[in-house]
Design a protein around this ligand. Structure first.
Ligand code: HT7
Ligand code: ZN
Length: 863
């Protein structure tokens, strides 16, 4: 496939100032008339041909300034339209295309989801609607007329503000006209037509503008849209407070659809969502679902400035909008919830998804330099590591200078298609600092290693810390290291170091040493507090040091990190003798004194690193069965050692009868701790645990409690498990989003029978290969949550996923390619399993007629 390279970027030879679309919706034959006001781009090549992008569309009619073109002047195919000698002055093209939304299983361009017409244009879906300069640096003002059958699509939504609506005389059809005054790239275009219910509320911006905010869902589901509406209003108010960003249209619409390739899409004024990230009720959604809804609603809304008002020059700059917007949504969630708990959640995601990606064959810089298929670059690296870079920038500059830089970035780039350089220039100007070194974070793949050695000098009462960084192929990076010293009573506040400002030392060289004065006794260094940089930290901290940090570090992140480090050392056999018992005693002390004060944090302290975390820690020759056994052993031990306390906590945290449901963070934290306790208790005593879990499934008044109990029971083979699974499946037979949880739970059972279970569930009436949520739930979750069965020594787990990739590819290549990325860590496996994984990848590669999406991932995975 053709490779696109950053260094080959050239401005477009033509610009499109205005677009007038007339879309006549029809389930089999939708007609689109596009009137494009074009002109040569002074920054482009004079006299160049006009090459419009197209993808699987039929040209019906074409006129230039009202005249039909001679056949020799044009070359048209479903994948493009070329005007060989376009005018060298402004001109108007009218293009009529024809497309079939019902046949569109790729879910890119215009398609139907559950009877609703909707669009997905990022990254390059607009070319599936009409021929266009489908690139993010061509910004146009759009007016869209949408016409549809009145019964089939009573609601018609577009970008911008509503202008006009009415019947089409003499027909059962009607129309609506929408105008978006803000110039935008085609990837932000959207329309929706369908039968939809809505909830809405007014919002008054800080500029005094009244905005009608509405969330549209399948009729009958309106009661489940209230939380998403509330989250939207909170996000709008927060962006004004935290970033000074106000909304800029009269309406803001959110629409939930059930077939969607990703989480949601930030189309201007018309955000389209996967319904999983809109619909919620106590009966159907877990606390994690509520938190995700809040975060994703906010994320898409925040794009209105970071992505829409300031967009990207080209797709290599994707992190410019995605990394920044993830940072913004993380800050929002931290303000809405507990900052410390949220930071831990962010780092868990980063380590579970981004670190392995960066350590494997799909590793790439946050700003990639080349791609064969851009849809394969919506990655954890671009999103999560991209957000970490913005976070480091704030740490380096301080909150006030960072805010000044953000204001400058928005002011100077409003209405423009910007680059990472534009972003950094705003901060360099606001701070007066040279950020050229910092820019290297965008350029180099891989996770830097940061090793730290401490030396105490009792006579001088000094403590020296030597830092060494390494990332093959990269120069020394600017690494902000938040740190402090800890002793047996807590922080050693008397110790000082002139190279540490506001608790931060910035490492700029390959190695450096700093010295603390006034250190009365050998301290324990607390390094990388709050995970101040996305690096792998290597220290010589012993188990006793880690126990000190767990007990006394004022930084909650590093307390949690200490517990994780101890658990990892225990599971990998690196721990010192006696640590298991000491770890159990430390957790017991923690539970006695702190658990009820902050249950959400306590639940995180109790949660063992996942099997994937252990595999990443081991780094080579991984045998998933051994990891699983080691983790189970530690779960059992903790369950037994803490059993009395865990039972007491469960009782103390029990919901009072008749208590109403609240999705707030404090209530969710209590549920999390109650269920973490059940998990450990059941590990130590499966019989009692199974009974308790079964009772909780019956009595639960929230999906969080019901699902957590079912998850515990799902790990205990026997009739009770099968009955509970059957009952759950029957109870929620008409709730696809709940069945997704049920599919995923069964796919995660670490037993040989799971492959047969998955095969059987693929024939379940609710399962469908055309719905991405179903595929992700039953098949996509399997390699991620079930390492022993995915990497079975007979290769059957790899074969299951490879077969699913091949079956899915002709239906939805984006989802197929995403599924294939689950092979990303195959090189960590021991040789036997590694060979089988490679064979599965080679089998895919050798398959003719692969999509570009799957061919690209398969090729890079084995390279
Ligand atoms: N900016 C959006 C990305 C997205 C997307 C990309 C490719 C194919 C389908 C897609 N749906 C949404 C979502 C976001 O990150 O905000
Ligand atoms: Zn985004």
């Amino acid at each position: 496939p053709q490779t696109v390279r950053l260094e080959e970027y050239r401005p477009s030879d033509h610009l499109i100032d205005r677009v007038e679309l007339d879309v006549r919706l029809d389930d089999r034959e939708t007609r689109v008339s596009a009137v494009l006001a074009l002109r040569p781009n002074p920054a482009g090549e004079a006299g160049a041909a006009l090459r419009l992008d197209g993808d699987e569309i039929d040209l019906v009619a074409l006129e230039l300034d009202g005249a039909v073109l001679a056949p020799d002047d044009v070359t048209a195919s479903p994948s493009g339209l070329v005007l060989h000698a376009p005018p060298s002055r402004p001109f108007v093209l009218r293009i009529e295309t024809r497309l079939d939304p019902s046949a569109n299983t790729k879910l890119m361009g215009l398609y139907r989801s559950g009877g609703v017409y909707c669009t997905q244009c990022e990254a390059d879906g607009f070319r599936r609607i009409t021929y266009f300069l489908d690139r993010p640096d061509v910004l146009s003002v759009y007016t869209t007329r949408i016409e549809a059958d009145r019964d089939e699509a009573p609601v018609l939504l577009g970008n911008g503000n509503p202008v006009e609506a009415g019947p089409v005389p003499g027909t059962n059809r009607h129309f609506a006209v929408w105008h978006d005054p803000h110039p935008k790239p085609a990837y932000l275009f959207a329309l929706v037509g369908g039968r939809l219910g809505r909830v809405s509320a007014p919002f008054t911006t800080m500029e005094g503008r009244t905005v009608e905010v509405a969330v549209h869902v399948e009729p009958g589901r309106e009661a489940r849209a209230g939380y998403a509406l509330d989250a939207t209003l909170r996000a709008m108010a927060w962006d004004e407070r935290a970033f000074g960003r106000a909304y800029d249209l009269d309406v803001f619409n959110v629409v939930a659809v059930s077939d969607f390739n990703m989480g949601a899409m930030e189309n201007k004024g018309l955000n389209i969502f996967n319904d999983k990230y809109v619909l919620a009720s106590a009966e159907t959604a877990t606390d994690a679902d509520y938190a995700n809804i809040e975060a994703i609603i906010a994320h898409e809304y925040f794009h209105n400035w970071s992505g829409n008002r300031v967009t990207c020059r080209d797709w290599f700059q994707l992190c410019l909008k995605e990394g920044l917007t993830v940072f913004r949504d993380q800050e929002f969630s931290s303000d809405m919830r507990s900052r410390a708990v949220h930071r831990i959640a962010e780092v868990r995601t980063l380590r579970a998804r981004q670190f392995p990606e960066d350590a494997g064959p799909l590793s790439h810089p946050v700003r990639p330099r080349q791609y064969a298929e851009i849809n394969n670059f919506y990655t954890a690296t671009v999103y999560e590591k991209g957000a970490e870079i913005v976070r480091m920038l704030r740490t380096l500059l301080g909150a006030d200078t960072f805010a000044a830089g953000m204001d400058r970035y928005f002011a100077e780039n409003d209405g423009r298609a910007a680059t990472v350089e534009d972003f950094l220039a705003a901060f360099a100007q606001a701070s007066g600092r040279d950020l050229a070194g910092f820019a290297q974070w965008y350029e180099h793949p891989g996770t830097p290693r940061l090793s730290v050695e401490g030396r105490y000098d009792a006579q001088a009462r000094t403590y020296a810390l030597t830092f060494r960084q390494s990332l093959p192929g990269a120069p020394a990076l600017m690494i902000p290291i938040a740190l402090g010293l800890v002793g047996p009573q807590g922080a050693l506040d008397g110790a000082t170091c002139d190279r540490v400002r506001d608790g931060i030392f910035v490492l700029e060289m390959a190695s450096d040493t700093i010295t603390f004065e006034n250190v009365e006794a050998p301290p324990v260094p607390s390094l990388l507090r709050g995970f101040s940089a996305p690096v792998r930290l290597e220290t010589a901290l012993g188990d006793v040091d880690r126990l000190t940090l767990l007990a006394h570090d004022p930084d909650p992140f590093n307390r949690w990190q200490a517990a994780q480090g101890l658990a990892l050392r225990l599971m990998t056999g690196a721990a010192e003798p006696g640590t298991r018992e000491a770890y159990g005693r430390a957790l017991a002390g923690f539970l006695d004194t702190e658990a009820l004060a902050d249950p959400a944090f306590a639940a995180l302290i109790l949660a063992l690193p996942g099997e994937g975390d252990v595999a990443n820690e081991i780094g080579e020759g991984v045998d998933p069965d051994r990891i699983h056994a080691a983790r189970e052993d530690l779960r059992r031990h903790l369950g037994a050692a803490l059993g009395v306390r865990l039972s007491a906590l469960r009782a103390a945290l029990a919901e009072p009868p008749g208590a109403g449901f609240s999705p707030d963070a404090a209530s969710a934290g209590r549920r999390a701790l109650r269920n973490a306790a059940l998990d450990l208790l059941a590990a130590a005593d499966p019989e009692t645990g199974a009974a308790e879990a079964a009772a909780q499934i019956e009595s639960a008044s929230t999906m969080t409690d019901r699902l957590a109990a079912l998850a515990v029971l799902s790990l205990i083979p026997g009739a009770a498990r099968e009955q509970a699974l059957d009952a759950f499946g029957a109870r929620y037979a008409d709730e696809p989003l709940v069945l997704d949880k049920w599919f995923a739970l069964q796919a995660a059972i670490p037993e040989a029978g799971t492959l047969a279970r998955i095969a059987a569930l693929r024939t379940h009436p609710a399962f469908s290969m055309t719905n991405p949520n179903r595929v992700r739930a039953l098949i996509g979750s399997f390699p991620l949550s079930n390492p022993t069965q995915f990497a079975r020594p007979d290769g059957a787990g790899f074969a299951l996923v490879a077969d699913a990739v091949l079956a899915l590819d002709p239906i939805n290549p984006q989802i197929a390619a995403k599924l294939l990325t689950s092979f990303g860590s195959w090189r960590l496996l021991e040789p036997g399993r590694g060979r089988l994984a490679r064979e599965a990848l080679e089998r895919i590669r050798a398959t003719p007629t692969l999509s570009r999406d799957v061919a690209d991932i398969a090729a890079r995975s084995v390279a």
